[in-house]
Design a protein around this ligand. Sequence first.
Ligand code: C5P
Length: 399
Amino acid sequence: MKKGRKVLLIVGGGIAAYKCLELIRRLRESGISVTAVMTNAAKEFVTPLSVSVLAGSEARSSLFELGEEAKFGHIELSRSADLIVVAPATADIMAKIAGGHADDLASTVLLATDKPVLLAPAMNVRMWEHASTRRNFATLKEDGIRFVGPVDGEMACGEFGPGRMSEPAEILAAILQFFESGPLAGVHAVVTSGTTREPIDPIRYLANRSSGRQGAAIAEALAAQGADVSFVTGPAAAETPNGVRTIQVETALEMRDAVFHALPAEVAVFAAAVADWRVRNPSASKIKKDGGTGPRLEFAENPDILAEVAQLQADRPRLVVGFAAETGDLIDNAVKKRKRKGCDWILANDVSPGTGVMGGCRNEITLISERGTETWPEMSKRDVAERLAMRIAAQFGDH
Ligand code: C5P
């Protein structure tokens, strides 16, 4: 593991909070530095003094303590660690994160962070099984939050079942696995996917046949290599990938905003089939038939998100990958496209109707880079994604 890894540990208010002392000790023994934030409820279970002494720095809990805030603001706190761990993660904390609350330091840090988050839930079995906790758990997983536990066992309240916090050794193992998992650990990747919908009026829109399968598979394959993935997707038939942060958008302009908001990143893969045009003046109300020739739509060109990111002067991702979906002169057009847009790699594919690529599950790719062209055999979109993720990982092997 690389030296100097930092964990921000948020201690929630539950009886399992006493285990956080052991967790802090083990983290520090493993060479990981720990900054602790405690909720007010956590202070009822363990003292800030014990947590501070073991962590080697003062535990924070107040959002409004001027002295603390002046030394190190909560936004900085939320971004300064490589990983945020919440242990114990109570039902209340899970609900707060799922709902986007920010009414104390812990929830504010969790809302303000752009870093990966690992939760170790701990609560009574009925609370764990309650419909609202089930809902929150599903939402948090969809948001790319990682979990360790809870496990089955006897609880302090005398009941038995799922809800017991994982032991400190297991939480440490999950943290070490996170830091060591894959060649892209610590690399932030932005992936666009799906189609975009450009409104004509509140009911109708322009879109295309992209299923979002290739983009979703790429996001998941990058996450499997350890990358921290921001997945910016327009409407898509494909399922949301696992282990990524998903940002849903509709229009090309929203996609552009979401991508720039997610930056900086080391890798950016643009798999979305972005509409080239939007309707210049979409109608605010449903357009009615008038027995004539129908409405005359005027178009405005959408920004080319790939080209804008590839041509960034400051903070350009180290690797920018685009697609060239063509119906003729595949290689020639794709080589020109790579140059014109300024990206590093282009994955060219033939989307002529006969190929079944658009909306289908298979793809035939030619990778175009500065070094020339390389044609891959026809394979599933999942295999294309894994091959691409491996190529990206090889590029970042020494990051
Ligand atoms: O120019 P063309 O649409 O063929 O370029 C395809 C590539 O550019 C894809 O990688 C696509 O995601 C990206 N693109 C974009 N924004 C646009 C149009 C295309 O990011 N407005």
